[in-house]
Structures are given as C-alpha cells and as structure tokens.
Design a protein. Structure first.
Length: 368
C-alpha cells in the first residue's frame, strides 16, 4: 500500500499538545478507511504539521482526518519512506516521555537542503585520476556532513543532496567542504577547480510533487546558474542571523540572493525550460517574456551568473544536451538539433569548450 505525507497549516493558537490529541483521534478511526498513521511532525513556530500515513489513496486520508477532527490537509504527496527517513531522521513516533500521558511530538519537519555539485572538469580526468579524486572527495564530504549532523540523502560521483536540521550547521558544513575541496582535487588549471554549493530552507510537502521539491529545485538552480562558490537563499540568511545574533555572513565566501533575485531566477528558468530546445529561442524572446529591455536583461543575467545572456542560453542548452547524452536519449546529431543547435560542428566545438571532452567521447564513456 502506498505511503503519503500531508501538510496541515495550523492556527497560531494550536499547540503541540493539540496536534498530539488530533493524531490520537486519527488513530481511533483509521481502520475505517484502511489507513495506518505512522508518525507526524509538528512545527509550532511555523504553524505547520505533517502526517506520514499508509493509505489506499489520498481520498482515504482526507476522509479519515475529516471524521477524526475535521482538519483537512492542504497538500498530500506520495512518498518513499526511505527518503523520508533520510531527510527527517525517522518514519515512526519517537519514544514517549514516561511523564506524558500522550506522546507529544514537538519536532519540526523544516530542513535546510544542501545541493553540492562538482564542476564538469571531472570529465577531463582519466579513469585513475577520477577514481582517486572521487575517493578523497567522498571521504571529505562524508566526514564534514557527519561532524555537522547532516544526513546524506543522495549522492553520485559529482553531486550530493544533504539535509540539515540546523541552518548554522549547514552553513558551517558548506564552508568546511569548500575549504577541504582544494586539498582533494587533482592539479588542474584554476578555472576548472570548482565546487558549487546551494543552500535553501523549506518544508517537505508543498503544492509540487516530491519531498522538499521546491527547496531542491531552487538549491540546484543556485548551483547551476549563479556565480559564486556557496550560494544561499534569503531564508537561509534570515534563519542563520536569527540563530547567531551577532554573526555576519562573509560575502567574500558566501553569496546571498535577494527575494527579487529568486523570483527572477524562477521566471528565467521556467521560460528556459519550455524553450531551450527551440532554435528560435533567442535574447529578444527572452527579454519580451521577462518584461525587460535587452540592456536590462543583460545586466540582470550578468550580475547573477557572470555570463552574457547569449552565453547563458548556450550553456543552458549544453547542460541539457549533456543530460540527454548521459541518459542515451539519441545519437549526437539528434541531440545537437534537439538542443537548439543548427550546426553539429558548432555544437561539438561548444560542448568541448565547456566540458573539455567531445560529445562523441562522452557518449562512449556512458554507454551501458
């Protein structure tokens, strides 16, 4: 039977004890709807509660809650319990305090999401170099994450998805990983020695499908699109300053986005996602869609990414092409034209300049 997580937006006057009592009412009637309440999270500071429930479908969960206490969930998503445990640390109720009549769980599901990506220069390494680097890199990251009480949700040779309860620990971990990176990488030219880290806060359930999907998307966009080594969202900055009253973010090491910049990035990426594979996609169409003159668009994109709009679009397409080749979604010619390139020769040249490897050789490396 599938497992779901739902989100309840609770009034300010509702306490953790109230939520615990509502959970008890759910347990009393759950059998009537074929449901099984596994656990819940309560965040009185942010006025949210999240329930983890095994159920036949979303409608059964809504009916159970309505019968038990009348509080309908605002959103329900299907989840993988292994991912829930990786992000949130548990999938069942914590042990009850002996002095409590009911198990009052005042445990927020709010997390700091870290996306960490090493740059594409890794494609330039031979097998032996890559193996040595990967071992050093993974050991260094794992050690730092453990020290700062994070949880590794997902990893591969060049990227990590990590969850933290504490904003302070997440920021300090990012600084430690970035500092350690220069002792782990092979001796290549400075421009290719790059590790990007994006930090974003969020809740597990939103209107989008997938756990922490909005936070993961934004943190990934910060890694892939924004100039800087460590980039944090406005919410991370605010939370960090709240946890550390006298602390000041070192802007030499950490780049903080403004709320307006986040909105601009969301609109920019949304338009690029729908148009990147069209040969007609150009600066004029982009500036019209975003409501900026060409000069305004140039300044905004240059400030955020360090690139001109033309370069930004070309590299966006090349990253998409890299994904298609990696996932074997066609031959090189097909992928070049699907990525909006009218010339195979220009595509191969641009691909090599960006990734240090010809697309044909990259395809050979990733054949199953």
């Amino acid at each position: 039977m599938p497992i779901y997580m739902d989100r309840h937006d609770i009034p300010a006057e509702i306490t953790a004890e109230h939520v615990a009592l509502m959970h008890q009412e759910d347990l009393k009637v759950q059998h009537l709807y074929g449901c099984k309440g596994m656990t819940y999270w309560c965040d009185t500071e942010r006025h949210t509660a999240f329930c983890l429930i095994e159920a036949p479908d979303r409608e059964a969960i809504q009916s159970m809650h309505n019968h038990a206490h009348g509080d309908f969930p605002h959103d329900i998503i299907e989840v993988d319990p292994n991912l829930v445990e990786s992000f949130l640390g548990r999938i069942e109720d914590p042990q009850k305090d002996e002095n409590q009549e009911i198990n009052i769980i005042d445990d927020p599901a709010f997390r700091v999401i870290m996306v960490l990506e090493s740059s594409d220069y890794l494609h330039r390494l031979d097998t032996h170099q890559l193996s040595m680097f990967t071992q050093k890199f993974h050991r260094s990251v794992a050690k730092s994450v453990k020290h700062f009480e994070g949880s590794i949700v997902r990893e591969n040779d060049k990227s990590y998805l990590i969850s933290f309860k504490s904003v302070t620990n997440a920021v300090l971990c990012a600084l430690k990983i970035q500092d350690s990176f220069k002792y782990s990488y092979p001796k290549l030219e400075r421009d290719n020695q790059r590790l990007k880290i994006g930090l974003c806060t969020g809740s597990p359930v939103t209107a989008k499908d997938g756990l922490f999907s909005e936070s993961i998307i934004l943190a990934t966009q910060m890694c892939e699109l924004i100039e800087g080594q460590i980039i944090i969202s406005p919410c991370v900055k605010t939370s960090y300053e709240n946890e550390n009253r006298n602390a000041v973010i070192d802007h030499e090491l950490i780049r903080t986005l403004t709320p307006k910049e986040v909105l601009f990035i969301n609109r920019l990426v949304q338009f690029c996602e729908h148009n990147w594979n069209k040969s007609s996609f150009n600066i004029i169409k982009l500036s019209q869609e975003l409501g900026h003159s060409k000069s305004q668009l140039y300044r905004k994109i240059k400030k955020l990414s360090g690139k001109s709009p033309i370069t930004f679009i070309r590299e966006y397409r090349l990253h998409k092409a890299l994904e298609l080749i990696h996932n074997q979604k066609g031959n090189i010619s097909e992928i070049a034209f699907e990525s909006g390139f009218n010339s195979l020769a220009y595509f191969s040249k641009s691909f090599y300049e960006m990734f240090g490897i010809l697309p044909s050789k990259y395809a050979q490396m990733h054949q199953v």
